[in-house]
Design a protein around this ligand. Structure first.
Ligand code: KDG
Length: 314
């Protein structure tokens, strides 16, 4: 059986600072598996749908082995994980709570990594074309020219096979030569997307507008079917051409906000696949994102359906 959801992107090892403040003073780090699209694949599994991950890892370094065993342990289909012996596993460090107390900062060591060598040959049209949803983010096309080509091939394959395309803008400025390049690269991809996750910073960069209304209308005007604007502690809004929904954020203690967006996206698409309404899917996605920020690491606190229900019926 082909997986319900197929994702494409780089799996990374995350070293999360055990103490808050500038990294130069942190001496202890905790190791986690991360990477936006890997997290979405794991999230979908936690909610008992099936998922598969297209990525590249190294298996002769300990971090590559760690990623493979984690992803397998979570039940994500690993048949499309290519072993690349030529390049190391990408890693990053998380600086927490500084300089903005409620935020984290990512410091990447991933240039030339196995994941950045993703290429069109890694995308099997038969495998991807049999999924219900394909998900990737604005990170993958920023990794390299070959990863951009892989993204384009995956998007075209999905579109040609009526696989819904889900995309999180996730603009990471340090990965791009310039922000203009990010906009020029991402806008044509977004024009083919069915479900778009974004936030006010990315939306205003992509569309050059500032109000929520203009952002929603702008993306719908590009042909996106469902636009979801994630606004952190201010909740989220979703819009289609005929419907709007909004959900308040859950007040939670923020240990580390990284990974919230992927929990949100994974939960939203899993909920839609289960036939839930726009409004219910949005509420569940906000809860999932809120739960993930309460712990360090992107994937450990990804919730099951029951975990989400516990926050709805409490
Ligand atoms: O969304 C969280 C991701 O950004 C994090 O896990 C790291 O994938 C990552 C990236 O490339 O920024």
């Amino acid at each position: 059986m082909p997986p319900d959801v197929v994702t494409l992107g780089e799996s990374l090892i995350q070293f999360n600072a055990l103490t808050r403040g500038p990294l130069r003073h942190v001496t202890l780090f905790e190791r986690h598996v991360a990477g936006a699209e890997t997290t979405v694949a794991v999230c979908v599994r936690r909610q008992v749908l099936t998922s598969g991950l297209i990525t590249r890892v190294v298996d002769d370094d300990e971090f590559g082995k760690c990623i493979i065993s984690w992803v397998r342990g979570e039940g994500v289909d690993d048949s499309q994980i290519r072993i690349d012996p030529e390049a190391p596993t990408g890693i990053y460090f998380v600086q927490r709570g500084f300089p903005v107390p409620s935020k984290s900062r990512m410091v990447y060591y991933r240039r030339g990594s196995a994941g950045s060598r993703l290429s069109p040959s890694d995308v099997d049209p038969q495998y991807l074309g049999a999924a219900k949803i394909f998900h990737t983010t604005g990170i993958t096309p920023a990794l390299s020219e070959t990863a951009l080509a892989a993204t384009r091939k995956a998007v075209e394959t999905a579109a040609a096979n009526d696989v819904l395309i889900s995309f999180d803008t996730n603009i990471r400025p340090v990965l791009w030569k310039s922000l203009d390049k990010a906009v020029d690269t991402l806008l044509p991809i977004i024009g083919k997307v069915d479900i778009l996750f974004t936030d006010p910073t990315d939306a205003s960069l992509l569309l050059g507008v500032n109000s929520v209304d203009e952002m929603l209308k702008g993306f719908l005007g590009l042909g996106v079917d469902t636009v979801i604007l994630k606004m952190g502690e201010h909740g989220a809004i979703a819009a289609t051409s005929s419907e709007r929904a909004s959900a308040n954020a859950m007040p939670v203690y923020v240990e580390d906000p990284i990974g919230a967006g992927d929990a949100f996206a994974g939960t939203f698409i899993a909920s839609r696949l289960k036939g839930r309404s726009l409004n219910e899917s949005l509420v569940r996605a906000v809860i999932a994102g809120s739960l993930v920020v309460t712990v360090r690491g992107d994937e450990e606190a990804l919730p099951s359906d029951d975990d989400i229900d516990a926050n709805i019926h409490k």
